[in-house]
Each structure stands twice: as structure tokens, then as C-alpha cells.
Design a protein around this ligand. Structure first.
Ligand SMILES: Cc1cc2nc3c(=O)[nH]c(=O)nc-3n(C[C@H](O)[C@H](O)[C@H](O)COP(=O)(O)OP(=O)(O)OC[C@H]3O[C@@H](n4cnc5c(N)ncnc54)[C@H](O)[C@@H]3O)c2cc1C
Length: 455
């Protein structure tokens, strides 16, 4: 076995953090409250906190422990633009797009406020995520997307790799004006602690097996009891398809992984020319993301999505070694000067897509709210959306930002792209474009220059 892969730790949870040492007690018997929030990701926790701050008697119910899902597993990039291709959104959802752009921009600011409000130590670096181009063709795409954003009043900083301080293996890109990167495990742990310190009644180890509207109330059944609430917020993201009450195809899950290297000598990182330290997302159809961490490692991911189908429950998984190796080989070719750095660990998670590629929130009847499908941008958007839903419950009206993602449907369109065959075809397209777009040659030349400088 290649020694670089010999000591890879494959984990079913996250590489960012360990699970909490002590969990909150499960629901036992009947618990009554004004509002129940189901799902303790960053979305559900922010919803519960906001409701509690506004004087509501709130119960938060989590199947495992708060932060168990995508919230602790993601790439840690606080994006300030919508997920999904803006060109496609402009064609498919022209009316929604301006609101979505404003919503995404405000979401990044909201999370920064949440971190400050609760004094959360999560290694946050407000250095704006970069849409990075590996080739001139990708740079053209960046410029087009940046123009769409600009036309909607949101400026990013366009420039060459040197101008925006990203590794010289890239042609250039656009730095988003807000957001940055953090350790999502520490963020989730910090928000969980804020929940524990608040009047929110938290129940962990309590999977909700059914949700029903009965006699003006919402009844959520767990293995050992039930929660009866006047209103409920279902904040289970990718896992949302488990109950009959959820509109069909609200969320289509896909499995993606992240990989972390062993620590890298800081001088070798400095030689890359990554002066901004901004997290990078490439402009492939299925993006690659790269970022540095506070421990001088690199975390990178996606490049391949695996369809989850609509088969629930979504089970925990270990990353497939073949998928890890493929991602790592991509990393070594993108950063040839680091081609001897071993891979330390890998983990994965379920991410949620909507057929419209827009974030969705809505209501069932007059007392069950749901939100889902931030399309890979939920680290900022899910908590913001949760807080907006909480405000709507208390105020009885929806803010402009909530209105921009609000949609009530009994059934959503399925997502034809999130299926094995289309995903494989898109992956192949990206690999072919890698061969012909000159990105590898550029990375090799950059590596040679670095080698000459550092000799
Ligand atoms: C590998 C990966 C990388 C990503 N990278 C980024 C990134 O860099 N930037 C970004 O913005 N977004 C990223 N995302 C997406 C982002 O992590 C999510 O959009 C966001 O965390 C969603 O938060 P959430 O609270 O809605 O859902 P989750 O964090 O998934 O929380 C849902 C919670 O509901 C609980 N639950 C499920 N079913 C039940 C039930 N029946 N009863 C009770 N509880 C239940 C789960 O245990 C879980 O804790 C990434 C996602 C993944 C998987």
C-alpha cells in the first residue's frame, strides 16, 4: 500500500471534533411545550435559541447529539452567495434570485453575529471564500457569475491568483465580500453549549419516528415518549424524508466526503503563495474545495457526489477508500509540491439538494414549519433561516428574507441530477475538462517555480 494512505483514519462522525462526552437525556413519557424544534444541527439549534431568546417555551429534540449531522462534518466555509449555479438560477428562478442573493449575504453576517454573541471559539477567519479558477475557461465562468452578483448589488473581489492571495496553481478567482472559514465542529459544539446554557429544554438520543398534526397540536413520537407542541419546526435537512408529513422530494440527499492531510510544515504552506488563506472552491460542475486549518493541515473535499436516493433512514457511513484516494490524487496534482504529504483522516456526510437549487422553507397547515436544502451552503444559511422562522412564529409575519425562500407545496419536483448516472456523467465531464483545460500543466509549472525559489 502507498505509504501516504497507510495511516488514514476513516470515521463515521467528523474529523473536526469528537462527539460530546455527555449527552442530554432522551424524551421519556409525555413532554409538552409551546414550540418543538426537531433536529439539532446548526439550523435547529439556532431556531431553538432564537425562540427561547424571544420568550418562547421551546423543546429541542435531536436523534443523536446536537451537531451530529452535516453541521459538524462540512468544509467549514461560510459562503455569502447562494449555492447552485447563478447562471442557472437566473434562468430558472429569475424572480427569486435577487432575494436569494440578499438572503445568502445576510446569512453570512448572521453567523458572524452568532459566533460573537456566544463567544464561540471556532477558529473563524473572516477572509471570504474564493471562487477559484483552475483554468482560463473557469476564470471566464467566475467573471460571468461575478457579473450576475454585481448586477444584484453584491460585489466580490475579482483578481489574479496573486492579487487575491491564492496559490499560484490557480489562474485567479473572486473573493466573496463576507464570510470566511472556521472549524464547523467547534462551531456546532459552541452553539450546543449556548443551547445548554439557555432555557431551551434539550433532549438528545431521541429520534422522532413520527410527526402528526392532531387536534390543533403537533405530536412527535420517539421510542420512549412523545412531545406535544402547539407548533413545530422540522429542521432535519437531508434526513427530512423520513416522515409522511414532509412534502415529497423536499430534499434529495447525496453523500460527500472530506479528507484531511497530516500537518504540513508552515514554510511549505507559505511557499504556495496562499497569503489570504481564503478557502477555495473550484468552478468544476461538481466543485473541489480546499482550505487550510488552524493546525497547518489541509482539508479538501467533494469532487464526487453519491446519490442517496430517497431511501430512508440515511445510515451512517465510513468513507470509501477508493473515493478518498481519488480526491487525494486530485489534491496531489493540484498541489504537486505537497505530493509527499500523507493523508491523515477522512469522513463524510449527507448533504441536501432541492430540485430548484434554492434554499427552501415552508409550512404544513398552520403549525408545522420546515426548512431544507441549502445546497451545500447551509453552514451560514441554515442557522439564519432557523432564526427567521423563529421570528415568523413569534411575530406572525414573514420577513423579506424569509419570503425570498418561502414556498408551500404538497410535493416538490424530484432532482433528476442527483442520481447515479447523471452524477457519474458530470464527474466524467469534469475529469475530461481537467485533462484539456491546462490546469494540471499550470499546477506543475507553479510547483517548478516554487521549487526553484525555495532551493
Ligand atoms: C461533507 C460536507 C461538506 C459541506 N461543506 C459545506 C461548507 O463548506 N459550507 C457550507 O455552507 N455548507 C457545507 N455543507 C452543508 C452544511 O453542512 C449543511 O447545509 C448544514 O450543516 C445544514 O445544517 P442543518 O442544521 O440544517 O442540518 P444537519 O446538521 O444535518 O442537522 C440535522 C440534524 O437532525 C437530526 N435528525 C435527523 N433525523 C432526526 C429525527 N428523526 N429525529 C430527531 N433528530 C433528527 C440529525 O441527527 C442532525 O443532527 C457541507 C455538508 C457536508 C455533508
Amino acid at each position: 500500500m502507498n505509504p501516504k494512505y497507510r495511516n488514514v483514519e476513516y470515521t463515521t462522525f467528523s474529523g473536526w471534533i469528537d462527539p460530546p462526552a455527555q449527552l442530554a437525556a432522551p424524551v421519556q413519557g409525555t413532554v409538552e411545550c409551546d414550540v418543538a424544534v426537531v433536529g439539532g444541527g446548526v439550523g435547529g439549534m439556532a431556531t431553538a435559541l432564537r425562540l427561547s431568546e424571544r420568550g418562547i417555551d421551546v423543546v429541542l429534540i435531536e436523534a443523536e447529539f446536537c451537531g451530529y449531522g452535516a453541521s459538524s462534518r462540512n468544509g467549514g466555509q461560510i459562503a455569502s452567495a447562494p449555492g447552485g449555479d447563478l447562471r442557472m438560477l437566473k434562468v430558472l428562478s429569475p424572480k427569486k434570485l435577487p432575494g436569494m442573493v440578499r438572503f445568502a449575504d445576510n446569512a453570512a453576517t448572521f453567523v458572524e453575529g452568532l459566533i460573537k454573541q456566544h463567544g464561540i471559539d471556532c477558529d473563524y477567519e473572516p477572509n471570504g471564500m474564493v471562487w477559484a479558477a483552475v483554468s482560463p475557461i473557469q476564470m471566464l465562468r467566475v467573471k460571468t457569475l461575478a457579473a450576475i452578483l454585481r448586477s444584484l448589488g453584491v460585489d466580490g473581489r475579482l483578481g489574479t491568483a496573486k492579487q487575491i492571495g491564492i496559490p499560484e496553481a490557480f489562474v485567479g478567482g473572486m473573493r466573496e465580500r463576507r464570510g470566511g472559514m472556521l472549524n464547523p465542529g467547534k462551531l456546532s459544539r459552541g452553539i450546543r453549549q449556548a443551547v445548554l446554557d439557555s432555557p431551551v429544554r434539550l433532549f438528545e438520543q431521541s429520534k422522532v419516528i413520527d410527526v402528526q398534526r392532531r387536534g390543533g397540536k403537533v405530536v412527535m413520537a420517539t421510542a420512549a415518549g412523545e412531545v406535544i407542541a402547539n407548533q413545530a419546526v422540522l429542521s432535519t435537512n437531508s434526513y427530512s424524508g423520513e416522515w409522511d408529513i414532509i412534502p415529497a422530494h423536499l430534499s434529495t440527499p447525496a453523500w460527500i466526503i472530506e479528507v484531511e492531510t497530516a500537518p504540513i510544515d508552515p514554510e511549505r504552506i507559505a511557499a504556495l503563495g496562499w497569503t489570504s488563506r481564503s478557502g477555495l472552491v473550484t468552478q468544476h460542475q461538481i466543485m473541489e474545495n480546499y482550505r487550510l486549518t488552524a493546525d497547518n493541515t489541509m482539508v479538501f473535499g467533494v469532487r464526487r457526489l453519491e446519490a442517496g436516493g430517497q431511501t430512508y433512514p440515511l445510515l451512517p457511513r465510513n468513507p470509501d477508500p477508493g473515493m478518498v484516494r481519488e480526491l487525494a490524487e486530485g489534491f496531489y496534482r493540484r498541489f504537486p509540491t505537497l505530493s509527499d504529504v500523507p493523508i491523515a483522516r477522512s469522513w463524510g456526510g449527507w448533504i441536501s439538494f432541492s430540485s430548484s437549487w434554492t434554499t427552501v422553507a415552508g409550512r404544513i397547515g398552520d403549525n408545522v414549519y420546515y426548512s431544507a436544502s441549502c445546497n451545500g451552503h447551509g453552514l451560514a444559511q441554515a442557522p439564519y433561516l432557523g432564526a427567521l422562522i423563529a421570528d415568523a412564529i413569534v411575530d406572525g409575519t414573514r420577513s423579506k428574507d424569509l419570503e425570498s425562500v418561502w414556498e408551500i407545496k404538497a410535493s416538490y419536483l424530484p432532482s433528476p441530477a442527483i442520481r447515479p448516472l447523471p452524477l457519474r456523467a458530470v464527474w466524467l465531464f469534469d475529469r475530461i475538462s481537467d485533462i484539456f483545460n491546462g490546469g494540471w500543466r499550470r499546477a506543475r509549472r507553479a510547483a517548478n517555480r516554487i521549487a526553484r525559489r525555495t532551493q
